[in-house]
Design a protein around this ligand. Sequence first.
Ligand code: AMP
Length: 416
Amino acid sequence: MIQLIRGFKDILPGEVELWQHIEKTARSLLESFGFKEIRIPILEHAELFARSIGEDTDIVEKEMYTFSDRKGDLITLRPEATASVVRSYIQHKLYAKDPVRKFYTIGPMFRRERPQKGRYRQFYQINAEVFGIDSPFIDAQLIFLLSVFFKKLSATELKVHINSLGCRICRPEFKKALSVFLSAAKEELCSDCRRRSNRNPLRVLDCKVPSCCSAMADAPSILDHLCSECSRHFEAVKNALEKFKISFVVDKRLVRGLDYYTRTTFEIQTGLLGAQNAVAGGGRYNSLVKALGGPDQPAAGFAIGLDRFVEITDLKAKDFAQNPDIFIAALGEKSMSMAFDWSCAFGLEGIIAELDFAGKSLKSQMKRADRLGAKHVLIVGEKELEEKAVILRNMTTKEQVMIPIDDIIETVKEKL
Ligand code: AMP
């Protein structure tokens, strides 16, 4: 038997209802705040990710599904959505009428990481991106939206971590100070970090290897190197969060795995998933639109990891399951034909109706109705057809009433 690819999964009925509820909540919340849906392709030119996420990141170095298509073009299964949304913003000149645009998108991402709890090779994200606004209010509003989203969906054991990564002006100074520190600490770093310390020293800050964590405890903090503009921006973000009554921790080691961030970065973390503690993350990326060939427009956004979220929420898929509203137990050929017509008519009215096509006994049809969790059963046999009235049984109260066949759809609708 052919099995799933490692790190991939099916989301089956019985689980998918929770996913649908989460997605519906996200759509409704984001649309209430002016975000419009954008659908971007799953495949993009590999170069898009190399240029935006950064050549020296784990994602680009070792996690992308990149292959050449029949013409030899290098294409990649998207590992994240921001780069594609930016590409689309530029390619379709979505800034032309008004540079301020807010988008959201929901869909699968692909990274060839080592699969473990909370980490998959195909995983799903809800992404939100805001273009054209440099105000710290937007950074705070994105975090506010995340906190409202998590509260609405009963995930409360979460912590907001924030940091600032500075900008083109102040980050180089910090990188220099960090590099000096790293060369002195070289012996204590893991082999990945020794390599990173030359090419991408910031990444050493969020290495999870214990020896690196302890070596980095006294590393210089970016927050001591922010220029006055970045400092003011960060203070304003914190003030706005306080105004929204969102508690947060300033985490000077939060650099996140993508190169394009400037100023604010944030992560929503959980204690429930071991090492994979980030349920959502995001930040500001003011230089990316220009770097990818667009106008000089600031931007900020976030990504929620749906797979991880589903694992930590207290909500259960069964609370959103849609059991049949009605099961039609039909006995005999004539009744079956009638029941089939009714089931289609119910469907058109948005009433979920099931019936049995196998001509089984009433007892076994009732058992099936019970198994399916049908709320009501309509019993129709030759006798009922003759008398032009059928039995409607409420499966919870066990109460039974006779209802006339004429106008049955309307009558049942009223009784459900
Ligand atoms: P990132 O794009 O790396 O900032 O990730 C944003 C969010 O996506 C994270 O906070 C996770 O919740 C989720 N995520 C990232 N990588 C994976 C993965 N391999 N499996 C499951 N979820 C992931």
